[in-house]
Design a protein. Structure first.
Length: 256
């Protein structure tokens, strides 16, 4: 027969054991989960937040649709210019005043979206001063941006001491009015695809050439000048640059 005191000790031990067994199990089940939501926006000089999604132009073929493995034109060894104080910055664009934006930097897959957000925030912009523009890391995005510049009826200018190279030359050609200072610099060379193949590696009748020729005609070049300009640029390998003057460019493109 078990004594009352022994039975009491047994019950106490059993209770303590159950508590100790239960406590760590409960502790293992207590998990804290924190959810963080990031909101990306652009601020203007007054601190107002500009929602880039709401600021997009009615063109869903912007940067997110550009093929990141597309052909590209980029001048090697480019040093970017200083744009000075700006009202707002959108990627390579710096808004100077109500009508003028300066550009310095390359074009990537995000640049068309940044351009759209800039126009939504500053709809009176009409002039792009291309200060130091080395080219495009994504040529598909570059052509999207170029056509957006043309639709916006913007003037493109290479100011005194300015330099546009590679895909940036195509952006300059997109202006409804195009001008350049006497010492403006234009750098051209062939494009290259993601496999390192250049224009000369493709057959003359390959559709890849038609894309560029069509663009040049769209920007006002007649067929003969479009073909001559395209052929001239592709004579220089992708990893090199041929520099042209304003007068050289005037042989192919009408300047205002």
């Amino acid at each position: 027969m078990v004594s009352p005191s022994a039975l009491l000790r047994t019950l106490i031990v059993a209770c303590l054991a159950s508590v100790l067994a239960f406590a760590p199990a409960r502790a293992q089940q207590l998990t804290t989960t924190t959810t963080v939501t990031w909101t990306y926006a652009t601020s203007d000089e007054e601190g107002d937040v500009l929602d880039e999604d709401a600021a997009l132009l009615d063109d869903e073929a912007l940067a997110s649709d550009a093929d990141r493995g597309a052909t590209r034109r980029y001048a090697p060894g480019a040093a970017l210019a200083t744009l000075g104080r700006a009202k707002a910055n959108f990627g390579p664009f710096a808004v100077i005043d109500a009508t003028t934006v300066r550009m310095a930097g390359d074009v990537d897959s995000a640049t068309p979206r940044q351009f759209a957000a800039m126009l939504a925030a500053y709809p009176t912009l009409k002039r792009i001063e291309m200060v130091d523009c080395p080219g495009s890391l994504d040529e598909a995005a570059n052509l999207i941006l170029a056509r957006a510049i043309r639709r916006a009826a913007m003037e493109t200018v290479v100011p005194k001491g300015g330099s546009v190279r590679s895909g940036a030359v195509e952006l300059w050609m997109a202006g409804v009015r195009r001008s350049a200072a006497p010492d403006a610099e234009f750098g051209v060379h062939s494009w290259a695809d993601e496999y390192g193949r250049e224009a000369r590696d493709y057959a003359a009748n390959d559709p890849v050439h038609a894309e560029y020729l069509s663009y040049y005609r769209e920007m006002g070049l007649d067929d003969a000048r479009a073909r001559a300009f395209y052929a001239m640029t592709n004579q220089t390998p992708f990893d090199d640059v041929t520099y042209l003057t304003r007068d050289d460019m005037a042989r192919y493109v009408t300047l205002n």
